[in-house]
Design a protein around this ligand. Structure first.
Ligand code: FAD
Length: 676
């Protein structure tokens, strides 16, 4: 009878045990686990701390007893393996309860020991209010500290995904939270502009963000940073990375790889053919860069556990590697990455470039649309997609998974441009943000649009031997809120009418809201003979996010004040539902006979900025306000964002008898006119 011994009983180990039993009804399977629990959902811990998950028991997927019963597997918890004898094919383990030792023979051994959080040797790190989070015990310790000590402040050291998830959890438990990250931005695996989106969310929820900063000392109620600042910290969470657990493997003489993980072949066999390994402790092939990497994530760990068990029982299943797809939820924000970032792609030897688009997750006219960002990294010559990152409140996850699939299948941007997505207004757009990202990439590759990403701006400016002209095509309200100092606010119409005033001997940088209008301007200027026009991919949205995350050397960007978000707002809205009745006539009054300016956009759009003295009567409500608009001969100018809704409103008003009503067009036209 085949004897399988598995060391470690969580993601990779528990999966391996279950798989082994499914393959062989007769194998003798033993799981040895150093901790008290097996098969728990560590990915859920931060949500239990924040009470999104209300019961601890939901995190325990199997108890040793239930596992034993369900799979007929011998499970020994609180039993640490202390040595592997490869010659004799035995493992020696020690029971924590009474320090007794047991020796177990194996035909195949599966190492699934995972890793442990790395805790840097900072003075004060041993204090009782300093925690890391990896096991159920760690979670319980944090939870009980919060319950009994009621800390008012917390510092999270490390801005990776676990750190950020815990920021949210601790904030939800009522603490003032600060996050300290040694690298230039939080979530170091995403590009700076995506990190800027997360930074804004942190700031909106009142979380202090300290990047390019290290904690040098931990005192009882403060931490001290390397620049001497102190941050209040009645509780500290260390979350700076995970080290693979390799002592046993090293002592057994198994080969350790260049990335610091245990070497396995495609069948997940270590350098000893009777020993397999899976999960956070191994190094694997990155499927895009072909480099050896460690990807300590639950998905790869589970799939490797399954394959290791199959091969331990004589099958020959190859594991092809992973591409590091990961995602984080931070309050309302979501961001994730798959494949290579632009920096990683270049480091791996690819001639790569990237583009960014921001587009609504579904048609903007269907209620509830929110923007989703897609950053696409591809090989310049072939168009092969090498990586992708997405961000947004809704729909970022679905785009990320499509990108992951596209990368895995070797798709090019041209193929992505044509990809058929399910479309109806509540779900998407006729051109999905992913199609749009591919169109933009095609334009950049073909030279039809010489775009520059927010991240490339500094090196672009640094390489220029002469000054450039920066033109900002956004509306004046957006410009006022945030802009690149020295840029010129001009409407697209004005720009196209007055191209002769733009110097042809200087490079021209076009900045629009999201890059779309900038592309149009670029195309028309190129056709008018401008040779050095560049459109910022992702527009000012990307510039601002990048500036918020890491800042520029050559550009001074005024940052928009982040609007505070109320953590408990959703819970507080218990009273009367006041409905969506728009505040018609917001911004002024309808009475009187003087000329009237009517803004027919939504109240949300109106509140972002409107023509002085305009009144807000959303298009859908215009019928109800006909009586309030005064005499039928009154001069009324109607406008909206682009001039389309206002044209419709003009027709409606004319049909009910208003004779002196005009379409003012879009907001930008109205503003330009009012400035004369
Ligand atoms: P582990 O789960 O670490 O299990 C290894 C086990 O081996 C441990 O229980 C250990 O006690 C045992 N062991 C080690 N040495 C011995 C020994 N000598 N004898 C006996 N037993 C031993 N990943 C995602 O993909 N998405 C997420 O959202 C996500 N969120 C996370 C949130 C948190 C808070 C944490 C901690 C991790 C998260 N992860 C997430 C990572 C994911 O949980 C890990 O990648 C995964 O658990 C790795 O599985 P593993 O089996 O390799 O190792």
């Amino acid at each position: 009878m085949e004897r399988i011994v598995i060391i470690g009983g969580v993601a990779a180990g528990a999966t391996a045990a279950a798989r082994a039993r499914r393959i062989s009804a007769h194998a003798e399977i033993t799981v040895l686990e150093a901790g008290p629990d097996i098969s728990f959902a560590n990915c859920g811990f931060p949500y239990y701390i924040g009470r999104d998950i209300d019961r601890r028991s939901k995190l325990i997927l199997q108890s040793p007893e239930s596992f034993r019963e369900q799979y007929d597997v011998q499970v020994e918890v609180e039993t640490e393996v202390i040595a592997i004898d490869r010659e004799a094919r035995t493992v020696r383990a020690r029971r924590k309860a009474d320090a007794t030792e047991l020796e177990l023979p194996y035909d195949s051994l599966i190492l699934a020991q995972g890793g442990k959080p790395f805790v840097p040797p900072i003075p004060g790190v041993e204090k009782p209010h300093v925690f890391s989070l990896w096991t159920l015990r760690d979670m319980d310790a944090i939870d009980s500290w919060i319950g009994t000590e009621e800390p008012r402040s917390a510092v999270v050291v490390g801005g990776g995904f676990i750190g950020l998830e815990m920021v949210e959890g601790l904030r939800k438990r009522g603490m003032d939270v600060e996050v300290v990250e040694r690298l230039p931005h939080v979530m170091p695996n995403v590009e700076a502009e995506i990190a800027g989106y997360l930074t804004e969310e942190l700031q909106a929820y009142g979380v202090g963000v300290h990047t390019s900063a290290s904690v040098t000392r931990i005192d009882d109620d403060v931490v001290v940073l390397d620049d001497g600042r102190t941050l209040p910290a009645e509780m500290v969470l260390m979350s700076v990375g995970v080290k693979p657990t390799l002592t046993l493997a090293q002592e057994a003489g198994l080969e350790i790889g260049e990335s610091g993980g245990l070497v396995v072949d495609e069948y997940l066999r270590t350098s000893d053919p009777h020993i397999f390994a899976a999960g956070d402790m191994v190094e694997i092939d990155h499927t895009v860069s072909d480099r050896k990497v460690r990807i300590p994530l639950a998905g790869p760990a589970n799939r490797q556990g399954r394959i290791a068990a199959s091969n331990a029982l004589g099958e020959r299943r190859a594991y092809t590697g992973a591409q590091g797809t990961s995602i984080v939820k931070l309050f309302e924000a979501t961001a994730g990455s798959t494949g290579l970032s632009l920096t990683q792609a270049k480091a791996a030897g690819f001639d790569a470039e990237s583009v960014v688009v921001h587009k609504e997750n579904h048609t903007s006219y269907y209620p509830g649309a929110t923007p989703v960002t897609v950053l696409l990294v591809y090989e310049r010559e072939t168009g092969r997609i090498l990586g992708g990152q997405t961000a947004g409140e809704e729909g970022a996850d679905k785009r990320l998974d499509v990108l992951s699939t596209a990368i895995a299948s070797g798709m090019t941007v041209s193929r992505l441009a044509e990809l058929d997505f399910a479309y109806a207004p509540p779900f998407g757009s006729a051109n999905d943000p992913l199609n749009m990202a591919a169109f933009v990439a095609e334009n950049r590759m073909s030279g039809a649009s010489s775009s520059i990403t927010a991240a490339e701006l500094d090196s672009f400016a640094g390489d220029l031997a002469q000054p450039m002209v920066a033109i900002d095509l956004r509306d004046p309200f957006s410009f006022e809120r945030s802009h690149v100092r020295g840029s010129h606010p001009v409407t697209l119409k004005q720009l196209l009418m007055r191209t002769s005033q733009v110097p042809k001997d200087m490079p021209v940088l076009i900045i629009s809201e999201d890059g779309k209008k900038g592309h149009q301007a670029l195309r028309q200027m190129s056709q008018a003979g401008f040779e050095a026009v560049y459109n910022v991919s992702g527009g000012h949205t990307s510039i601002e996010r990048y500036a918020r995350a890491v800042g520029y050397e050559y550009f001074d960007v005024t940052l928009r004040r982040v609007e505070e978000k109320d953590l408990f707002a959703a819970a507080d809205t218990g009273g009367e539902d006041e409905g969506d009745t728009p505040d018609a006539a917001a911004g002024g009054g309808l009475g009187g006979g003087e000329p009237l300016i009517v803004d027919v956009r939504t109240p949300e759009e109106f509140n972002m900025g409107a023509v002085p003295d305009a009144v807000n009567v959303p298009l859908d409500d215009i019928g109800s306000y006909v009586e309030s608009l005064g005499e039928k001969g009154r001069k009324i100018t109607v406008y909206c964002a682009s001039g389309a809704r206002s044209a419709y409103a003009v027709r409606m008003l004319q049909q009910v008898g208003f004779s002196n009503v005009h379409n003012g067009g879009g907001l930008m036209d109205m503003m330009a006119r009012s400035r004369g």
